[in-house]
Ligand binder design. Structure first.
Ligand code: AR6
Length: 177
Protein backbone atom coordinates (compact mmCIF):
# COMPACT_ATOMS: atom_id res chain seq x y z
CA UNK A 1 0.00 0.00 0.00
CA UNK A 2 1.23 3.48 -0.68
CA UNK A 3 0.44 7.15 -0.11
CA UNK A 4 1.94 9.58 -2.60
CA UNK A 5 1.71 13.31 -3.19
CA UNK A 6 1.59 15.08 -6.52
CA UNK A 7 0.98 18.60 -7.76
CA UNK A 8 -1.80 18.76 -10.35
CA UNK A 9 -5.41 18.84 -11.45
CA UNK A 10 -7.44 15.93 -10.08
CA UNK A 11 -9.88 16.05 -13.01
CA UNK A 12 -7.08 14.66 -15.23
CA UNK A 13 -6.26 11.69 -13.00
CA UNK A 14 -6.93 8.13 -14.21
CA UNK A 15 -7.61 6.56 -10.82
CA UNK A 16 -10.35 4.03 -10.02
CA UNK A 17 -11.92 6.88 -8.05
CA UNK A 18 -11.23 10.55 -7.57
CA UNK A 19 -12.61 12.21 -4.46
CA UNK A 20 -14.56 15.44 -4.63
CA UNK A 21 -14.51 18.03 -1.80
CA UNK A 22 -18.29 18.24 -1.86
CA UNK A 23 -21.07 20.07 -0.02
CA UNK A 24 -23.87 18.15 1.77
CA UNK A 25 -26.32 18.66 -1.12
CA UNK A 26 -23.77 17.42 -3.66
CA UNK A 27 -24.48 20.56 -5.66
CA UNK A 28 -21.93 21.67 -8.23
CA UNK A 29 -20.07 24.45 -6.41
CA UNK A 30 -16.72 26.18 -6.87
CA UNK A 31 -13.18 24.95 -6.24
CA UNK A 32 -12.35 21.34 -7.03
CA UNK A 33 -16.08 20.51 -6.95
CA UNK A 34 -16.81 23.00 -9.74
CA UNK A 35 -13.87 21.63 -11.73
CA UNK A 36 -15.05 18.00 -11.32
CA UNK A 37 -18.59 18.85 -12.41
CA UNK A 38 -17.34 20.95 -15.34
CA UNK A 39 -15.07 18.16 -16.57
CA UNK A 40 -17.43 15.29 -15.75
CA UNK A 41 -20.45 16.85 -17.44
CA UNK A 42 -24.14 16.82 -16.48
CA UNK A 43 -24.22 13.07 -15.81
CA UNK A 44 -22.30 13.57 -12.55
CA UNK A 45 -24.71 16.26 -11.31
CA UNK A 46 -27.70 14.11 -12.29
CA UNK A 47 -26.34 11.16 -10.30
CA UNK A 48 -25.64 13.50 -7.37
CA UNK A 49 -29.24 14.78 -7.40
CA UNK A 50 -30.55 11.21 -7.54
CA UNK A 51 -28.32 10.20 -4.63
CA UNK A 52 -29.53 13.08 -2.43
CA UNK A 53 -33.17 12.41 -3.40
CA UNK A 54 -32.75 8.78 -2.34
CA UNK A 55 -30.63 9.23 0.80
CA UNK A 56 -30.86 12.88 1.87
CA UNK A 57 -27.93 15.26 2.27
CA UNK A 58 -24.49 13.84 3.07
CA UNK A 59 -23.51 14.94 6.59
CA UNK A 60 -20.09 16.51 7.15
CA UNK A 61 -17.68 13.60 7.58
CA UNK A 62 -19.70 11.41 5.20
CA UNK A 63 -19.37 10.48 1.53
CA UNK A 64 -21.37 9.28 -1.48
CA UNK A 65 -20.28 7.60 -4.72
CA UNK A 66 -21.38 8.22 -8.32
CA UNK A 67 -20.18 7.54 -11.83
CA UNK A 68 -17.58 9.84 -13.33
CA UNK A 69 -19.30 11.03 -16.53
CA UNK A 70 -16.63 12.21 -18.98
CA UNK A 71 -13.80 12.19 -16.43
CA UNK A 72 -10.90 9.77 -16.99
CA UNK A 73 -11.47 8.27 -13.51
CA UNK A 74 -14.00 5.44 -13.16
CA UNK A 75 -15.96 6.81 -10.20
CA UNK A 76 -16.29 9.98 -8.14
CA UNK A 77 -16.54 9.79 -4.36
CA UNK A 78 -18.11 12.97 -2.98
CA UNK A 79 -16.75 13.51 0.54
CA UNK A 80 -17.99 16.35 2.73
CA UNK A 81 -15.40 17.99 4.95
CA UNK A 82 -16.00 20.43 7.79
CA UNK A 83 -16.30 24.18 7.47
CA UNK A 84 -13.48 25.67 9.59
CA UNK A 85 -14.83 27.46 12.67
CA UNK A 86 -11.51 28.01 14.45
CA UNK A 87 -10.71 24.41 15.41
CA UNK A 88 -12.94 23.95 18.45
CA UNK A 89 -15.94 22.57 16.60
CA UNK A 90 -14.78 18.97 15.98
CA UNK A 91 -13.25 19.98 12.65
CA UNK A 92 -10.36 17.48 12.89
CA UNK A 93 -12.70 14.57 13.73
CA UNK A 94 -15.01 15.48 10.88
CA UNK A 95 -12.14 15.86 8.43
CA UNK A 96 -10.68 12.47 9.39
CA UNK A 97 -14.14 10.95 9.05
CA UNK A 98 -14.53 12.38 5.52
CA UNK A 99 -11.31 10.61 4.44
CA UNK A 100 -12.31 7.36 6.17
CA UNK A 101 -15.80 7.45 4.63
CA UNK A 102 -14.32 7.91 1.15
CA UNK A 103 -11.93 4.99 1.59
CA UNK A 104 -14.71 2.81 3.01
CA UNK A 105 -16.84 3.44 -0.11
CA UNK A 106 -13.90 2.68 -2.40
CA UNK A 107 -13.22 -0.51 -0.45
CA UNK A 108 -16.87 -1.59 -0.63
CA UNK A 109 -16.74 -1.17 -4.43
CA UNK A 110 -13.50 -3.16 -4.70
CA UNK A 111 -11.50 -0.19 -6.03
CA UNK A 112 -7.71 -0.15 -5.87
CA UNK A 113 -6.53 3.40 -6.57
CA UNK A 114 -8.03 6.55 -5.06
CA UNK A 115 -6.98 10.18 -5.60
CA UNK A 116 -7.84 12.85 -3.02
CA UNK A 117 -7.73 16.63 -3.14
CA UNK A 118 -7.00 18.57 0.04
CA UNK A 119 -10.52 18.46 1.48
CA UNK A 120 -11.76 21.58 3.32
CA UNK A 121 -8.64 23.72 2.80
CA UNK A 122 -10.13 25.98 0.11
CA UNK A 123 -13.60 27.53 0.36
CA UNK A 124 -14.24 25.75 3.71
CA UNK A 125 -11.23 27.59 5.21
CA UNK A 126 -9.39 24.80 7.09
CA UNK A 127 -5.72 25.89 7.46
CA UNK A 128 -3.71 23.49 5.34
CA UNK A 129 -0.90 23.11 7.90
CA UNK A 130 -3.50 21.77 10.35
CA UNK A 131 -5.47 19.73 7.80
CA UNK A 132 -2.55 17.89 6.15
CA UNK A 133 -1.50 15.79 9.19
CA UNK A 134 -5.14 14.90 9.93
CA UNK A 135 -5.71 13.86 6.30
CA UNK A 136 -2.55 11.75 6.05
CA UNK A 137 -3.03 10.05 9.40
CA UNK A 138 -6.66 9.20 8.62
CA UNK A 139 -5.71 7.69 5.25
CA UNK A 140 -2.71 5.84 6.69
CA UNK A 141 -4.89 4.29 9.42
CA UNK A 142 -7.71 3.43 7.02
CA UNK A 143 -5.31 1.69 4.61
CA UNK A 144 -4.25 -0.66 7.40
CA UNK A 145 -7.74 -2.19 7.19
CA UNK A 146 -8.35 -2.35 3.44
CA UNK A 147 -8.04 -5.33 1.15
CA UNK A 148 -8.74 -3.62 -2.18
CA UNK A 149 -7.67 0.00 -1.75
CA UNK A 150 -3.88 0.00 -2.07
CA UNK A 151 -2.80 3.24 -3.73
CA UNK A 152 -3.80 6.67 -2.49
CA UNK A 153 -2.53 9.80 -4.18
CA UNK A 154 -3.09 13.31 -2.89
CA UNK A 155 -3.42 15.54 -5.95
CA UNK A 156 -2.57 19.00 -4.66
CA UNK A 157 -3.36 22.08 -6.64
CA UNK A 158 -0.71 24.57 -5.56
CA UNK A 159 2.83 24.49 -4.27
CA UNK A 160 2.15 25.72 -0.69
CA UNK A 161 -0.45 22.95 -0.29
CA UNK A 162 1.97 20.35 -1.67
CA UNK A 163 4.70 21.60 0.68
CA UNK A 164 2.37 21.37 3.71
CA UNK A 165 1.49 17.76 2.83
CA UNK A 166 5.17 16.95 2.22
CA UNK A 167 6.03 18.18 5.72
CA UNK A 168 3.13 16.27 7.26
CA UNK A 169 4.07 13.06 5.42
CA UNK A 170 7.67 13.34 6.65
CA UNK A 171 6.35 13.86 10.18
CA UNK A 172 4.05 10.84 9.88
CA UNK A 173 7.04 8.75 8.72
CA UNK A 174 9.07 9.87 11.76
CA UNK A 175 6.25 9.05 14.19
CA UNK A 176 5.58 5.63 12.57
CA UNK A 177 8.87 4.04 11.55
N1 AR6 B 1 -7.57 19.57 -8.59
C1 AR6 B 1 -7.09 19.41 -7.34
N2 AR6 B 1 -7.29 20.28 -6.34
C2 AR6 B 1 -8.02 21.38 -6.63
C3 AR6 B 1 -8.57 21.64 -7.90
C4 AR6 B 1 -8.32 20.68 -8.92
N3 AR6 B 1 -8.81 20.80 -10.14
N4 AR6 B 1 -9.26 22.83 -7.85
C5 AR6 B 1 -9.11 23.31 -6.60
N5 AR6 B 1 -8.37 22.45 -5.85
P1 AR6 B 1 -12.17 23.56 -2.31
P2 AR6 B 1 -13.39 22.81 0.29
C6 AR6 B 1 -7.94 22.55 -4.45
O1 AR6 B 1 -12.52 24.99 -2.10
O2 AR6 B 1 -12.50 23.77 1.02
C7 AR6 B 1 -17.19 23.83 -3.16
O3 AR6 B 1 -18.02 24.86 -3.59
C8 AR6 B 1 -8.00 23.89 -3.76
O4 AR6 B 1 -6.90 24.72 -4.17
O5 AR6 B 1 -12.39 22.96 -3.64
O6 AR6 B 1 -13.56 21.43 0.84
C9 AR6 B 1 -17.96 22.62 -2.66
O7 AR6 B 1 -19.15 22.41 -3.38
C10 AR6 B 1 -7.88 23.46 -2.31
O8 AR6 B 1 -6.50 23.18 -2.00
O9 AR6 B 1 -12.94 22.59 -1.25
C11 AR6 B 1 -18.21 22.99 -1.22
O10 AR6 B 1 -19.33 23.85 -1.11
C12 AR6 B 1 -8.63 22.12 -2.28
O11 AR6 B 1 -8.79 21.74 -3.66
C13 AR6 B 1 -16.96 23.72 -0.83
O12 AR6 B 1 -16.45 24.30 -2.03
C14 AR6 B 1 -10.01 22.18 -1.63
O13 AR6 B 1 -10.63 23.42 -1.91
C15 AR6 B 1 -15.92 22.78 -0.29
O14 AR6 B 1 -14.80 23.53 0.16
Amino acid sequence: MSISLTLGDITRVHADAIVNAANPHLAPGGGVCGAIHAAGGPQVAAECRAWVEAHGPVPPGGAAITGAGRLPARRVIHAVGPVWHGGGDHEAEILASAYRSAIALAEAEGLTSVAFPSISTGIYGYPVAAAAPVALRAVHEALAGTEHVRDVTFVLFDEPTRAAYERALAELGRSRP
